[in-house]
Design a protein around this ligand. Sequence first.
Ligand SMILES: [Zn+2]
Length: 115
Amino acid sequence: MARARALQCPFCENYLRAPIDINFKDLSFTGGICTCRAVYVLDESGRAMGEIFLDALAFVCKGDIDRSLQLDPDEYETVELDYDSHANTIGRRGSPAKISKLLFVRLKEPDKKKT
Ligand SMILES: [Zn+2]
């Protein structure tokens, strides 16, 4: 059974701080960025993953929404985690209605520009 544990990056296992409000270029969301260049975006309700997903893709492209929409699915990796925003822990299985989601996205190739 999954136990609650401190928020960690699923790609590099770095410990991460709680998501914060971010306003970056045209983006506005709650999330953060890891030292391995992965980004994470909070879906507080756990029910807006489609929207969150687009925010995360745009953020991982440094706010370049046009580029984010052109990404192939094999250009990035995603991980979705259950998140307890009060305790800043992940993995706890609680009431689904109270569980937020964190979506992590990382580009596989660092800034490989297509021309
Ligand atoms: Zn990381």
